[in-house]
Design a protein around this ligand. Sequence first.
Ligand code: NAI
Length: 405
Amino acid sequence: MSAADLISPFARGPHLLGFPTPDRRLRIGIVGGGRISKVQTLAMRLSDRWDVIAGAFSSDLETSRKAGKTWHISPDRTYATYREMAEKEAKRSDGIEAVAIATPNHTHYDVARVFIDAGIDVFCEKPLTTTLEDALLLRKCVHQSGLVFMVAHAYSGHAMVRQAKAMIAAGEIGRIRQIHVEYVQEWMMHDAITNFKHVQWRQNPEQAGQTACTADIGTHAHHLACFVTGLEMTSLRAELLVCGPPKELDDTVYVSARYEGDVPGLLWASQVAIGDFVGLRMRIYGEKGSLKWDQENPEQILFSRMGRHAEVVRRGFGAGNNPNAERLTRAPSGNVEGWLEAWANLFTEFEIAVAARRAGQTLPVGLLQYPTIDDGVRGMKFIDAVVQSHTAGGIWVNCGPEDGQ
Ligand code: NAI
């Protein structure tokens, strides 16, 4: 590395993220006008690669119109239904080139199908669907269509998550021996929480699916473990629990897991853990060392090796980080980046993938690492296996690729 490489690109001039520079922003529409749609929209705008120009924000027309106004979407591009949006936008020469779906879980399958059938690339919320059967069908449609389909495991957009992935792939901690992940929050502990709409559908099996906490945040922990280690979870035994106020579906899940190579692991998710907010954490132990990362302190990884002082690996330019991490870095070290930037990173990769598909270009292998339909299906296998195991009293259940699905 030369001295010039150690100087921040900000100091050198225009910053070079190592991604192709777009000629223009692509056009995107939104389905759903709730909490996470707003975050997605902010992140699209932060990525500077998307113009947000259309939306179907609610199943109620008036609500959709009101939302469209506050989200600066022109009235003629604010639709009563997502079907109307897909149909009309697909016919326009300046129609949307992609859609982001952030509606309750039970709608993901239908909404995604409508846009895939209209030839529009899809960014879809997790969990992918409410049943494994639907997830497998959707994967088939996506593969047949050739469209880009990204799943919103936004934490994989943190630069230091990419750094941890690269370090493990480079053998920095040696063969993995244990994988520990957790995602813990407190918000479902509040007494009046069930008065909120976004909680009501999360506790309704017809809208949330078979689980609540497991689908909502357990899937993020599962994705993080598999994404960073590069190992599939192959089997698990699980217990679904209600540790907070009484409710229909789980607010907590305990999982013992096995990953490829018979690597053991633990996964814990809870939405009633007072004092924890977005406590997504991982500890990966290998034969030579370990890596620890905490999404509430996302700019650093603690890297330990036997018999040596632990090292803090920090996000930044010229800090010796892997190109896959540096590419997702906007601000110099010390100007902190976090969750919104991680989301924006996914929308950056989404734009690059969509633009390349539309231009018939092949991107260099490994340039993009975003979560795909396959990650969405893995998440549904995980949920399905958790339910099977819990229902059968905690037996081991297969959830990996060798189960033939
Ligand atoms: P929410 O309840 O706040 O928002 C849902 C929105 O969808 C509402 O605006 C509702 O009017 C709209 N909607 C419902 N049916 C519709 C239809 N047929 N057409 C158009 N709009 C419709 O829910 P929230 O928390 O935003 O969650 C939405 C999805 O995002 C869920 O699948 C959830 O699992 C996921 N999520 C993902 C996160 C992540 O980190 N990736 C974080 C939070 C939620």
